[in-house]
Design a protein around this ligand. Structure first.
Ligand code: NAD
Length: 435
């Protein structure tokens, strides 16, 4: 029986089957959803409601390429849920993106927004294309035609896109402009992640790393670990990893290892993070050849003894194979899905506190919310105000999740899902079902 296919054709399942592979990020997320639903004793109707997206749109995007030929791309937008408010989620340009992946990512956004208490539902979009093989003109035409096709889906009070893999500030500027041409007025609040000059927010670029560090410090405080001289290991030195490393360094922590796709860099005395960032910036965003530390493999780096491990590169990095050898006290998930569901219980048995992705890396969507608020007010905040409010919201979210952990005697990850699902389910009950 093609159980796995069925699994992907709807984002959730109720009974995990024998061939369930809890090593993939989507299946891991589904497993966690199912478990939290069980703890909450959700009835079947509510389960089905939360398991299925409210809207799925697939469009064809015809584009005249630079060589004069017509090419048709497929584009998607899935709104998983809009009970808490307008839906929010990024747009991914990738050659392998498909509707099932977009569905799973959209539900991920629902839980992430609910955990940090931003008044948004979850959504995700995608266009099946390879952005690296396309010219700027072709990317612009794809983006504009996709936006026009989604004109009835997007809207500042309905559904608000943001960047994701393969899209960036420029893509958001094109979406904003195209949408504004249709509404015949500049509508900045229709997307977030825009350049500052056209309604973007201060602090947006640093927001995810900053949020990671805020919740990490809160967790360290719960465990009685001082950030000063604490040993920190960071996997991935892109946006999230480098900012997390920098902010932990500024707290007085010893960042003993960092890494990127070129490999790991280890210095037990602590790495000079501003120097490593300057090196990476000057070296096309690569740490290759960095001499402030000894080389170490990305696998060994994850297994270093440390107080805090921040996986901020990609999914599935800590799985059932290496989980028994992890020696961190806290894992703070900068990346989405870096720890698989199979690894969760192993790490829990080892007494390791995991700050789950839907909480740890929600600083990005929180500042996206601030950007949307500023655009709607037409009044822009200072970076200092953005950071202060971000820190407050992340600290509150951590504490609320921690309270659920204590109340239900579950892990912090299970608590985050319980908190999020409960919030959406309770809101739905209050709103009722329109008939
Ligand atoms: P990025 O592209 O800026 O950086 C990724 C980094 O990981 C790079 O340094 C890259 O060299 C490194 N890397 C890639 N493969 C690696 C490997 N096998 N081992 C070690 N390092 C490797 O991406 P980012 O924006 O920092 O995102 C990182 C993760 O955080 C992703 O999972 C992303 O989904 C998640 N995330 C990002 C944001 C955000 O606002 N940027 C928000 C939420 C979640």
């Amino acid at each position: 029986m093609p159980y796995k296919k069925d699994l992907y054709s709807t984002p959730y399942y109720k009974e995990p089957g024998p061939i369930l592979d809890k090593e993939s990020p989507f299946e891991s997320m589904m497993e966690r959803f199912r478990y939290a639903a069980e703890i909450l004793k959700l009835d079947d109707g509510m389960f089905d409601y939360l398991a299925n997206p409210v809207k799925q749109v697939t469009v064809s995007i015809p584009v005249i390429m630079d060589n004069g030929e017509l090419q048709v791309f497929e584009g998607y937008r899935v709104i998983h849920d809009n009970v808490l408010g307008p839906s929010k989620g990024g747009i991914r340009f990738a050659s392998d993106v498909n509707i099932d992946e977009v569905k799973a990512l959209a539900s991920w956004m629902t839980w992430k927004c609910a955990v940090v208490n931003v008044p948004f539902g979850g959504a995700k979009g995608g266009v099946r294309c390879n952005p690296r093989e396309l010219s700027t003109g072709e990317l612009e035409r794809i983006t504009r035609r996709y936006t026009a096709a989604m004109f009835d889906v997007f809207g500042p009070e309905v559904d608000i896109p943001a960047p994701d893999m393969g899209t960036n500030e420029q893509t958001m500027a094109w979406i904003m402009d195209t949408y504004s041409m249709h509404t015949k007025k500049t509508t900045t609040a229709v997307v977030t992640g825009k350049p500052l000059i056209i309604g973007g927010s201060h602090g947006r670029k640093e927001a995810t790393g900053r949020g990671v560090v805020t919740v990490t410090l809160a967790a360290m405080s719960k465990l009685g670990i001082s950030p000063v001289n604490a040993k920190v290991v960071v996997q991935g030195f892109g946006n999230v990893g480098s900012i997390s490393a920098k902010l932990m360094y500024e707290q007085g922590s010893r960042v003993i290892a960092i890494s990127d796709v070129s490999g790991g860099y280890y210095n037990p005395k602590g790495i000079d993070i501003p120097e490593a960032m300057a090196y990476s910036d000057a070296n096309k965003n690569s740490l290759e050849g960095y001499e402030g530390a000894e080389p170490i493999s990305n696998e060994d780096l994850l297994e270093l003894e440390c107080d805090v491990l921040i996986p901020a590169a990609k999914e599935d990095q800590i799985n059932k194979h290496n989980a028994p050898r992890i020696k961190a006290k806290i894992i703070s998930e900068g990346a989405n899905g870096p720890v698989t569901a199979n690894a969760d219980s192993i790490l829990d048995d080892l007494g390791i506190l995991i700050i789950p992705d839907i909480l740890a890396n929600a600083g990005g969507v929180t500042v996206s919310y601030f950007e949307w608020v500023q655009d709607r007010q037409g009044y822009f905040w200072t970076g200092e105000r953005v950071n202060r409010r971000l820190n407050r919201m992340m600290r509150q979210a951590f504490q609320l999740t921690y309270d659920v952990k204590e109340e239900y005697n579950v892990t912090l990850r299970q608590a985050a899902y319980v908190y999020a699902i409960k919030k959406v389910a309770e809101t739905l009950k209050l709103r009722g079902i329109y008939a």
